[in-house]
Design a binder for this molecule. Structure first.
Ligand SMILES: Cc1ncc(COP(=O)(O)OP(=O)(O)O)c(N)n1
Ligand SMILES: Cc1ncsc1CCOP(=O)(O)O
Ligand SMILES: [Mg+2]
Length: 228
């Protein structure tokens, strides 16, 4: 299991349409990491298991060099095979408790909660490492994703878990998301549809990170845990 770091800051998610082959994936992911990315999700819905394993391992190697944590979307077995830091599970994916058993207590396991405090409560009880809400804004990557409103983040602070906001997030949205309680923002197109992912990550970080210190769930934590 790679080193654990605080779950806060920018969370980039890859996209198979935007990054069509291994070279594009590697180049874009490395560029994002050179911009200071510390959390990356591998998301490929094309369901080709051999490609998925090859690319997940490629990203895992790259993440090691940049001290970035790799999360695999949907697939706990792939996360294990690639020695990733964890997995992100939606409501139609594998069961969180089974994934925890497979990956161990140190694994990062995220759960999609859409706009629902009931789903968040279930995920928290099942041992989720973070709760993801969204989509907050129109998204070209997943236009049909159920929408969420900022208030859900405020209500979800009761779980004392890192809260992720996702869906159409642009730099100008960051102050309101941080103020509402997001400790991470998950971004696909805002980073990987840009000509330079490094510059994009720097732009998001420069706006989000200073705001976070005073507004995230970590405000109650010892400053030592603030280590993006
Ligand atoms: C950080 C983060 N949040 C939400 C999702 C969406 O997961 P899911 O609902 O399972 O949808 P797909 O991504 O599988 O289409 C995510 N991947 N990451
Ligand atoms: C996977 C996912 N789940 C809800 S919105 C979304 C896509 C986010 O991508 P983008 O940042 O390009 O809107
Ligand atoms: Mg899923």
């Amino acid at each position: 299991m790679p080193n654990q770091q605080a779950l806060r800051g920018i969370y980039a998610i890859t996209d198979a349409d935007l990054l069509a082959d291994d070279t594009q994936l590697q180049t874009a992911a490395e560029s994002a990491m050179r911009g200071g990315l510390k959390l990356l999700q591998y998301r490929d819905k094309t369901a080709d298991p051999s490609k998925a394993l090859r690319q997940a391992r490629l990203l895992a190697d790259l993440c090691l060099s940049y001290n970035c944590q790799l999360i695999i979307n949907d697939d706990p077995e792939l996360a294990k095979a690639a020695n990733a830091a964890g997995v992100h599970l939606g409501q139609s994916d594998s069961n969180l408790i089974d994934a925890r058993e497979l990956l161990g207590k140190k694994a990062i396991i995220g759960s999609t909660c859409h706009n629902s405090i009931e789903l968040a409560s279930l995920a928290a009880q099942s041992g989720a490492s973070y709760l993801a809400f969204g989509r907050f804004f129109p998204s070209l990557t997943k236009p049909q994703a159920p929408s969420a409103c900022l208030d859900i983040l405020k209500v979800a602070s009761q779980f004392n878990l890192p809260l992720v906001a996702i869906g159409g997030i642009q730099p100008e949205h960051l102050p309101s998301l941080a103020k509402a309680g997001a400790s991470m923002v998950a971004v696909v197109a805002g980073i990987f549809a840009q000509p330079c992912p490094k510059t994009a990550v720097e732009t998001y970080r420069n706006i989000f990170e200073p705001t976070l210190s005073f507004t995230s769930y970590e405000a109650n934590y010892d400053t030592l845990s603030r280590s993006v």
